[in-house]
Write a protein that binds this ligand. Structure first.
Ligand code: NAP
Length: 247
């Protein structure tokens, strides 16, 4: 990935940070994008400590203006855009349907689904200028199965699978591959917030591999999907879920 440029959103924490570090290790220059500048700055620092190259961009992926600016700043700094990991996302907790607030629904959809769509909308024209590229979007195991009381998150992640396939079909002929990853439970700050006290053993048991995954395990797949090793893979929703959806 020497000479290549990647945008990673939600790069200040968890899976996004692990992917940013791995892209940098493979030689890519990384635009580290996050709502949280402190987390993003820490990721940039870690990349630079490893002799990689990165810039920090503070942006909310649910804002059209900020996503446009994110792409512009990346190209201004590095001259091109080859890969994107549209990873920023939020969870909303488990809420019974009759108590589900529309604000929670709207905010979750606007970050997890509209955010991914906006990123693709402004990233792809830049990739086309240099003859193509590869995009990985963040879906979830909850993008292929239902989860009781998890309405907005499940809807957003199913939506990501759909728009991933649509973009793969629209741009495959122009050298752009678009895939998404569908992780099971991964040990990150999001999971720490989401998993209720004492529920972890039961959730681990639900995975065929009887454990949560690591951010590094997801990052390895994301970087592989962007690499030339995956040159005939597009429109795919790749489970990295320890077998939680195998039953
Ligand atoms: P995380 O540790 O919470 O990291 C997500 C990062 O995204 C945070 O730094 C967060 O900033 C940032 N972010 C949130 N909203 C944003 C916005 N509107 N614009 C830009 N950045 C924003 O989560 P993670 O576990 O690494 O999850 C990464 C992705 O994987 C998400 O899309 C998630 O849904 C998906 N996923 C995670 C799991 C899991 O088990 N962890 C499983 C399946 C799928 P703040 O901290 O400031 O909010």
């Amino acid at each position: 990935m020497e000479g290549k440029v990647v945008i990673v959103t939600g790069a200040g924490s968890g899976i996004g940070r692990a992917a940013s570090l791995l892209f940098a290790e493979k030689g890519a220059r990384v635009a580290v994008v996050d709502l949280d500048p402190a987390g993003g700055a820490e990721t940039v620092e870690q990349i630079e400590r490893g002799k990689g190259e990165a810039i920090l961009i503070e942006a909310d992926v649910s804002s059209t203006d900020q996503v446009q600016a994110m792409v512009r700043k990346t190209v201004d700094a590095f001259g091109r855009l080859d890969y994107a990991f549209n990873n920023a996302g939020v969870e909303a907790g488990l809420i019974p349907l009759d108590q589900y607030a529309e604000e929670v629904w709207d905010r979750t959809l606007s970050v997890n689904l509209t955010g991914v769509w906006l990123c693709m909308k402004y990233e792809i024209p830049e990739m086309l200028k240099t003859g193509g590229g590869a995009i990985v979007n963040a879906s979830s195991a909850a993008g292929v199965i239902g989860v009781p009381q998890h309405y907005a998150y499940v809807a957003s992640k199913h939506g990501v699978v759909g728009i991933t396939k649509s973009a793969a079909l629209e741009f495959g002929g122009q050298g752009i591959r678009v895939n998404c990853v569908c992780p099971g439970m991964i040990d990150t700050p999001m999971t720490e917030r989401f998993v209720p006290d004492g529920a972890r053993p039961m959730l681990e048991e639900g995975h065929a591999l009887k454990r949560f995954g690591t951010a590094q395990e997801v990052a390895e797949t994301v970087v592989w999907l962007c690499s030339d090793a995956a040159s005939f893979v597009t429109g795919h929703a790749m489970l990295i879920d320890g077998g939680i959806t195998a039953q």
